[in-house]
Structure formats: structure tokens, C-alpha cells
Design a protein around this ligand. Structure first.
Ligand SMILES: Cc1cc2nc3c(=O)[nH]c(=O)nc-3n(C[C@H](O)[C@H](O)[C@H](O)COP(=O)(O)O)c2cc1C
Length: 353
């Protein structure tokens, strides 16, 4: 027996609570009455930041992890086959459902609570049970998780992480692409249900005012001359070095399948952190851009910009013991107030036939 359309929709609503870069939700579904097909929507991520849809596949990995965790809540087990038809490149996975005893996975309730928290985090050590839980998260094959709690190391890492913000705001095309994804009002957020909602950035009123002005290209040109990108990167570095730990996830290659495994691992770590009341923020910019640049896909940057971002990425990779030519997915984790705003999701786009 397969789930009826109502239950299928509930499972997919849970699955689609997954994170995606700028909340673009690069997924759509087809249900033929027995098998669910998950498709990628190509080219909707920021083209300057993404590398060959890998950001989307990380998001698909998180979605599949949610789906596997949520299905038993509704009395089903989900069996996932990745890239079942190489002739259909956008087909990410086929999912078959088998009836099972209904039960709640220990991570199930965290799916609806998980959110990106960009507030300042307290300088407080992880409790020992939380540390053990994070280190013990069951990882997909070939994925490594490293947690760095040492204060001196976190201080050394933070400027390399925020180097991406300096690059992004200092580069006219990169910053225009970034500002084009911003959702400026609550009303717009409720209508669009995708994009980067300004309230989730946790700006104070002065920062919010400057950010709004900076979205005008002619004003941003003046701000660049005054050194605003470096100033913001410096402030962000202070945020990133606070908190309990900086984490990193990496794989031995960066194939589509590995990007999905990284997304599944990311979601498991994030849901575990949520279960333990921890705040969490992905910080993938520097290492993703460093990887792109190393692979000749950042020719929109100047030689000096490419050299700088690659050096920053290399410093991060070395500290996270990533000896492969792959990006480390870095995140910060710690104790903080609840986020002041949350992002909504579109209804799952399901074609029934
Ligand atoms: C591949 C990927 C890259 C991301 N990169 C960043 C990042 O560098 N900085 C950040 O603050 N959030 C980042 N995020 C988090 C998304 O912006 C966030 O998941 C999305 O806006 C939805 O919000 P939510 O996580 O609160 O549900 C990333 C998420 C994914 C899946």
C-alpha cells in the first residue's frame, strides 16, 4: 500500500522544510501513483556562488534526509535511488514507499524547528552530552565531520570565513546578484515564500539602514571607496569567532552524489543541534568560491580577488583537515536567542500522473 495524496503531501511538506541557498527551493516532484520522482530545477541558484548545481544538490540531500526521517511518522519507509536515469539529468532521485509501523525518529520534531540563526552566539562551551551527540551523528559513507572548539583556532578561522562577504560586497556583479535575492518585507516574504528574507539577517536598525542604501548600485560604489566591505567583513568575523564551535563537513570528491551525501550529513548535524537547543548557521561562501576559482569557474573575479579567496579557502581547508580538492561546508553552532524571523516555504510542486 502506498501513501494517498493527502499523506504524500504531508510527507513532502516536512521534506521541503530543508535548507537551500537563499531559500530558492530547487525542487519539484512527480507522483505516478507508486513512485515519487524528485527533480532539480536548474539555474535558480545565484550563478556567481554556485558550482555546477552542487549547491542545489546539497539542498536536495537535506530534503531527502528530511523525507527519510519524516516518512515513518506517517507509517511508511522511504527507499531512495539516486540518479536512476542518467538520460534525464534533472532527475535527482526516485523514492518508493513501503508501509511500516508508525514511529517518530528522534530527529523528526526538529524538522519543523530547524532554522538558520544569524544572531550573535554566546561564548559558551558545548555541554558534554551535546558534544558527544554532535560527534556521534551517523554520517553517510565517506563524509567527515570536524568540530573546532578551541578559541584561538576559531579566532584564526573567522577572518577567512568572512573574507567572502568582503569579496561579495566589493564586487559589483556579485553584490547585484546577491541583492536581487533579498526579500525586503514580511508581506513580500509571505507572497513569494522564497528568497533571502531581510529580517533573518538580524541587522540592528543602523545596519539595516546602511544595507538598504547599499542595495542601490551607485551608493554601493561610494561605500566601496569608504571601505564598507572590509568593515562589514570585520564585524562578521567577530560573530563567527564567537559561539561554541565551528564545524566542517567534507567528502573525498565533489560529485553530484557526494554533494547529496554532504546535504544529508548537514541536515542530520543541523537537526541534532536543533534537538539540543543549539543555534546553527552555514557559512559556505569562502570555501565554495575558493573551489570554484581553483576549477576555473570564477573568471568574473580579478586575478587579485581569485588569489585572495583561494588562499582564504586553503587556510580553512587545512584547519578542517580536508586534504582533498573539495570544499568544506563550514558552519557555526552555539547558544543564542531564537531567530527574530523565519523563512516560509512554497507548497510542494507535485505533478500527479
Ligand atoms: C547550499 C547552502 C548554502 C548556504 N549558504 C549559507 C551561507 O553561506 N550563509 C548563511 O547565512 N546561510 C546559508 N545557507 C542557509 C540558507 O540561506 C537558508 O537555509 C535558507 O535561507 C532557508 O532558511 P532556513 O534555513 O532558516 O529555513 C545555505 C544553505 C544551503 C543549503
Amino acid at each position: 500500500m502506498v501513501p494517498d495524496n493527502t499523506i504524500l503531501l504531508e510527507i513532502l511538506r516536512d521534506a521541503c522544510r530543508a535548507p537551500s541557498g537563499d531559500n530558492v527551493q530547487p525542487w519539484r516532484f512527480r507522483w505516478d501513483g507508486s513512485t515519487l520522482s524528485l527533480y532539480n530545477i536548474p539555474d535558480i541558484h545565484n550563478p556567481y556562488l554556485d558550482f555546477e548545481e552542487r549547491g542545489a544538490y546539497i539542498a536536495h540531500g537535506a530534503l531527502l534526509e528530511n523525507l527519510a526521517i519524516a516518512a515513518p511518522h506517517y507509517g511508511y519507509n522511504a527507499s531512495i535511488t539516486l540518479f536512476p536515469d542518467l538520460g534525464v539529468p534533472d532527475l535527482v532521485a526516485c523514492i518508493a514507499f513501503a508501509p511500516s509501523v508508525a514511529y517518530d525518529d528522534p530527529l523528526y520534531t526538529a524538522i519543523s524547528k530547524r532554522a538558520t540563526n544569524r544572531r550573535p552566539y554566546a561564548s559558551r562551551a558545548l555541554t558534554s552530552d551535546t558534544r558527544v551527540a554532535l560527534r556521534d551523528v551517523a554520517m553517510p559513507k565517506d563524509i567527515t565531520l570536524i568540530l573546532i572548539e578551541d578559541t584561538t583556532k576559531k579566532e584564526a578561522l573567522a577572518p577567512h570565513i568572512s573574507a567572502m562577504e568582503q569579496l561579495l560586497l566589493g564586487h559589483p556583479a556579485l553584490s547585484s546578484a546577491f541583492f536581487s535575492h533579498i526579500v525586503w518585507t514580511k508581506r513580500e516574504e509571505r507572497v513569494r515564500r522564497s528568497g533571502f528574507y531581510i529580517k533573518t539577517m538580524e541587522f540592528n536598525p543602523v545596519q539595516a539602514f546602511v544595507f538598504k542604501l547599499a542595495s542601490k548600485p551607485w551608493l554601493m560604489r561610494a561605500f566601496r571607496k569608504l571601505g564598507l566591505p572590509a568593515l562589514i567583513a570585520n564585524e562578521n568575523a567577530k560573530l563567527y569567532r564567537g559561539g561554541s564551535a565551528l564545524g566542517g563537513l567534507h567528502a573525498s570528491d565533489f560529485s553530484r552524489t557526494s554533494a547529496i551525501a554532504l546535504g544529508r550529513a548537514l541536515e542530520r548535524v543541523w537537526l541534532t543541534a536543533t534537538t539540543f537547543g543549539l543555534a546553527f548557521q552555514p557559512l559556505f561562501g569562502t570555501t565554495m568560491m575558493g573551489y570554484k576559482s581553483r576549477h576555473g569557474e570564477a573568471m568574473f573575479l580579478s586575478d587579485a580577488e581569485r588569489t585572495a579567496i583561494e588562499a582564504n579557502a586553503r587556510s580553512l581547508e587545512a584547519t578542517f583537515k580536508n586534504t582533498h580538492d573539495t570544499p568544506t561546508l563550514i558552519f557555526r553552532v552555539g547558544y543564542a536567542q531564537e531567530p527574530s524571523a523565519y523563512t516560509s516555504r512554497k507548497e510542494p510542486n507535485i505533478v500527479y500522473n
